[in-house]
Write a protein that binds this ligand. Sequence first.
Ligand code: 15L
Length: 269
Amino acid sequence: MSHVLVTGAGGSIGTVVARGLLTYGHRLRLLDRVPLPATEIAEAQEAGHEMVTAEIADEAALRGALDGMDAVVHLAAIRTEARFTDILRENIDGTYRVFEAARQAGVRRVIYASSNHAVGFTARAPLVGIDVPPRPDTYYGVSKVFGEALGRLYADRYGLEVVSLRIGSFLWRPTAFRHLSTWLSHPDAVRLVHAGLSAPDVTYSVVYGISANTRRWWDLEPGRALGYHPIDDAEVYAAGILAGAAEPDPADYKNSYLGGDFIGPEYDA
Ligand code: 15L
């Protein structure tokens, strides 16, 4: 069992992960900028966990939230493309603040929610490893490259144990053709974060956060080496998805890259 701060605990992934980590016996402190829904507060408090309502930018509050923690799961972020100034504030500066406060507080491990969009301009292929160079597809992707690089720096320079999770499409269920490759189910997301928290001998690791999808493009071996053993497979939804829509046009360049729609002109600045 470890004492874990979860940032962005009220967000879509935060809510699922926080609830799931409780079942693994972690003691949680849940941080979000807005108060969590009353039902979740009641549930978490009943289980002996704490809630903190604060902005990541509030240094004193962040320091207080990290006090006594063994690990932080940093999920708070803008989750898609946005204006650069917003990405800079929330994803770049916000991530720096979390790593730096964790270092100062003596927190041992940081689990960082990166994204497949850190390498979104990489050509689709079975199987893309963790050793491909950064090829972000958006400012959002750039912020994830930054977060991974910062994690590497804090691991090398300060000895923090850091795990960067290149999350695919975190969804209740896949709804589009691309998701057959990129889906991360809710239960697998919990398994992924728990593996990151409980793996022994971490210095710095990058793993792809997807389920055991038959049509995956990313190599799951680095995750398995960490103890992440996904169970779900988007393939069980394939028939429904394929019946509802034509297969993507291979001549459309967006379908050649990992990032999918994020590659397209609608995501231009
Ligand atoms: C992500 O990183 C985003 O947070 C999410 O909005 C999706 O776009 C997902 O990647 C994806 O690639 O499907």
